[in-house]
Design a protein around this ligand. Sequence first.
Ligand code: ADP
Ligand code: MG
Length: 483
Amino acid sequence: MIRRLNEKLISKIAAGQIAVSPSSVVKELIENSLDANASTVTVLINSPFNFKVIDDGEGIPFKELPLAVERFSTSKIENLEDFLKLRTYGFRGEALHAISLFSRLILKSRYYMEEVGGIIVVKGGVVENYEPISFSSGTAVVVEDLYFNVPVRKKGVSRNEKQKMKNVVEDLAIANEAVAFKINSIAYPVSSKIERIYRITGKEFELKEKGFLTLFYNTRFDRSSGRVKKVFVNRRPVISKEIAELLRKHHIEEYILFIELSPSEIDFNVSPLKDKVVFRDLANVLQSLESLLNKNLYFLPQFKTVRKVEEETSFDYGSLKLIGADETVAICEDGKYYYFFDIHLLHERVNFEMILERLKEGFFEEKRLMTPIYLDNSPMVVKLKRLGVNVKRDGKRFVISSLPAIISREDIEDILNGKEPESVASSACKNAIKSGVEFVSKLEIEKLVALYMKCREKRVCPHGRPIFYRIKKRDILKKLGRL
Ligand code: ADP
Ligand code: MG
């Protein structure tokens, strides 16, 4: 039932600027459809000033249609208690009213318990028509000539507003994968979250989840399309500087993060657009996210960092003997040469080969590909199989329908082109000691050199940079006039 909120509650709700832009209007309409438990939402955008949203939700009782467009009238909350356990998008009872003030609003609906439906048409706040009609079920809201009576607002509408509207619709579609969406001519059927995300963004993401957090992420940015960075709290798209900062720190290039908290843990009532959120316990949210990000998929050698390199006795590991190191370079000798190692690259090479080893052992979880990869090049197939990639014969061709979690589609291309898989290389790099920033004790560098001695490839890092520079002992002795 739609009722008018009492004055005390009205004053508690940050009322204000509603319907400030066409994209905020379309957002309010879709949110109403979702709040009405629609299973299908259709959005048709003709222009930023003419669009409609149709749903098959529970509808509005005929008698309540005038109330729906009245200010501060809502069926979603009645008292402050309801407000504190809110699970709906709407709660202010302001949107339809505001839209009806600035446009010609046509609201058609049939309540699921009633036989006939109704229509109400309001232009610039004046009711033009209100009568029963026969109507299938659900609600259709048509916005015509938005801002016809507020030229200043109309002028202020940005050039790329249509794109903004599309983004708003897509965000809500990403957050509500259990609802079918039609956006202009594109249909998004009910699907899994990962499939909905793929259909809308065209990107494949890796997944980490724990407790109230679900993170779809990529550590590599696919430049062929726009960068995806989204955070949803209880299905609402929100902006959080702190979360963005934390993800950036962990080299997460693209992400869609879903946070699910009890309504009492959050407050959306801080901005008219409801896109800001105040967490009751932000520190806990950030800490949980941090621990999710640190949930390492695999073990790589970690070296304890120290304040500065101390003098320690040196050990002999086979032929390479460590002489000394600073925060960037380690110097070794093997009797014939002096080696100047880039410590970071040394570590990167060790990590890289360890991950390849793990791949061979089938250590990583498999992730299913939305679209399989077909190959016909047979020598490469062997190489892929050696990396633990599941390549199956499919007639004359070969097909890959899933990949180990750490390998991406682009990696397959890299490998086919004779390059090292970039995702593995970048993971190896990210987990390596940072030159000039982190100091590692000599003992730790010795362990690293020992692991390096077992590497297949010793000259270059996975990106092709030389790991060391060496000088013949003889040449130095010559320069010094000793030979
Ligand atoms: P709010 O969403 O904050 O309640 P609105 O002005 O957006 O305020 O909507 C007012 C009321 O109209 C809602 O509380 C709801 O009862 C009804 N309503 C609006 N849109 C729909 C819809 N698509 N389906 C069913 N009811 C709707
Ligand atoms: Mg609403």
